[in-house]
Design a protein around this ligand. Structure first.
Ligand code: SPV
Ligand code: MG
Length: 556
């Protein structure tokens, strides 16, 4: 329903319409959140938020822009304070067209001379002639296109020091000129003037009040007098100014800085006002990276058998949950994958399954983790891997660039391989070594590395025959992963309990064993040569390096 219509309905159905002032989207949200029926795009608040006097210093466009901001942030109707209409009747015509087109439900114009001054400032409070203002009301009403749009005429006679009788004459003339309601304003400390006005007015048309100076006016009294709309025009910004002043004062004095946090709005409260949740949901649907069809699977089921000092550090938790500078290894890797745009991330768990947890990561439990090995774990996740697949061993920390380079390769199967394994310190850990079809020219660092497929991959290869170490991260196109699964099914039948490449049985096979089988069968397995961007965590030294890579050294 259009907001002008909503406001009309409120006028018809509600005894009193409660309105509060706003100056921007955030304050408008708070008005709505706190149950007000409508928001008042307050001239005073908008001017105050610019730190300029409420005296027509800002232009119509600046006020309109803020009214739009307010209107966009809420679904309640917005009544815009349009001062004197920003000029004469010509300006009023333009103003009404603009405000109505922007979806504002009602405008309020006051019978002072342009440029006006805030009603509570003593001295110059010059009234427009009755004739001139009647002309403005007629201009406004004749310029609106929907019959629901409202024009509220604000009578400033009491503000300018005239008696109630003058206010009644003016109000009467404005209603006759077509105004939908009368805002009667008073700067007295009590509501007496307003009460007198209402008694004399006798509910000839709806009355709007702004009880800034007479806050003790009770709801009961208002109802008795037939007051239709009550606008708390500026309490919001005054509360905000006081709170900001006190908080900033505290921060600067350093004395009570620590206690401030529970006195100010939490970041979550702010995020809610900004509708961060909605944005996140929309991102899920619309923010495409072209990588949504890549599933990542992290293989972390096995029971670790690392160097003693690292085992002590792990203290029975699975390596996936190793804390590296305040974040677990698994969460760190998952965050990198999510940052790249991968949405389907899973981890295959086994040992210490209960302790594994990471945001945005699906857990797949492999109950046979003690009998089986890496290949079996990967196949436990098979049904979730429907398109392109990135496979990562669970005890590796990797960086974004390595993954991005790998998934941007065009081949169906690509292994990240590192030629610097000869100097690597991984304790007694057995490396999965790769012999490439061509011996790489280690003296020359190739740019964009030319394809050099795998001839053999094995954990039994002696170092001198090897060109690379398999990093434990592999990428498969849809076709590549299907091929891997087909080869797995075929090999499972053929080998069963028999020795399978470097594994003592098919069940104990690593991914490398199946890849070796495929290479032997003539399958093209590409390599991506990397010399950095990953750390395998097998020793305490590796762990310290990982901490360093995250910007801080580990203990010891
Ligand atoms: C405003 O909010 O700008 C008003 C109401 O006009 S008051 O400031 O109380 O006059
Ligand atoms: Mg105002």
């Amino acid at each position: 329903m259009a907001r002008a219509k909503k406001l009309r309905e409120l006028f018809k159905k509600k005894e009193t319409i409660w309105v509060a002032g706003a100056h921007d989207g955030l304050s408008a949200k708070l008005v709505e959140k706190n149950g007000f029926d409508a928001a008042w795009a307050s001239g005073f608040e908008i001017a105050a938020s610019f730190a300029v006097p409420d005296a027509n210093i800002l232009t119509m466009s600046q006020n309109l822009e803020r009214s739009c901001e307010i209107n966009d942030a809420v679904s309640i109707p917005v009544i815009a304070d349009c001062d004197t209409g920003f000029g004469n009747s010509n300006n009023v015509i333009h103003m009404v067209k603009k405000y109505e087109a922007a979806g504002i439900a009602a405008v309020c114009i006051e019978d002072k001379l342009f440029p006006k001054v805030n009603s509570f400032i003593s001295g110059r409070q010059e009234l427009a002639s009755l004739a001139e203002f009647v002309g403005k009301i007629m201009a406004a009403k004749n310029s609106q296109s929907s019959s629901d749009f409202m024009v509220i005429a604000r009578v400033e006679a009491l503000i300018a020091g005239h008696p109630v009788a003058e206010a009644i004459i003016r109000a009467d003339a404005y209603i006759k000129a077509g105004a939908d309601a009368i805002l009667i304003h008073s700067k007295e400390k009590t509501q007496e003037q307003i009460v007198d006005f209402c008694r004399a007015w006798k509910k000839r048309a709806p009355v709007v009040i702004v009880p800034t100076k007479y806050p003790d006016f009770t709801e009961k009294q208002m109802n008795e007098l037939g007051i239709k709309v009550v606008i708390y025009a500026n309490q919001g910004i005054r509360a905000a100014a006081r709170a900001m002043d006190e908080a900033l004062g505290q921060i600067n004095s350093q004395k009570t800085k620590d206690k401030l946090e529970n006195k100010i709005a939490s970041m979550d409260f702010m995020f809610a006002l900004q509708e961060m949740d909605r944005m996140k949901k929309e991102e899920e649907v619309y923010l495409k990276t072209g990588k949504e069809n890549i599933s990542a699977v992290i293989l972390g089921a096995g029971k670790p058998s690392y160097q003693k000092d690292l085992m002590e550090l792990l203290n029975d938790i699975p390596p996936l949950m190793l804390d590296i500078k305040g974040k677990t290894l698994l969460q760190r890797n998952a965050d990198i994958l999510q940052g790249i745009g991968l949405k389907n991330i899973s981890v295959v768990t086994g040992y210490g399954n209960d302790k594994v947890d990471a945001k945005g990561v699906k857990k797949i439990f492999n109950p046979d983790y003690e009998k089986g090995y890496i290949l079996e774990s990967l196949m436990k996740a098979r049904k979730y891997l429907t398109d392109r697949v990135l496979v990562c061993y669970g005890d590796i920390m990797f960086d974004r660039h390595l993954i991005e380079s790998l998934i941007s390769r065009q081949e169906d199967i690509v292994l990240a391989v590192d030629p610097s394994f000869k100097n690597a310190s991984r304790g007694s850990h057995v490396l999965e070594l790769v012999r490439a079809k061509e011996r790489p020219l280690t003296a020359i660092r190739t740019i964009g590395s030319k394809s050099n497929p795998v001839a053999e991959i094995s954990s039994k290869m002696d170092k001198p025959s090897a060109d690379y170490e398999f990093v434990g991260i592999a990428y498969f196109s849809k076709k590549g992963f299907n091929k891997l699964c087909q080869e797995y099914d075929a090999a499972k039948k053929k080998y069963a309990a028999k020795k399978f490449n470097s594994a003592e049985s098919f069940q104990r096979a690593s991914l490398a064993d199946l890849l070796n089988e495929m290479a032997k069968n003539g399958c093209y397995i590409d390599t991506l040569e990397v010399r950095s961007g990953w750390i395998e965590l097998h020793t305490f030294e590796n762990y310290k390096l990982a901490c360093l890579a995250c910007g801080e050294a580990g203990n010891g």
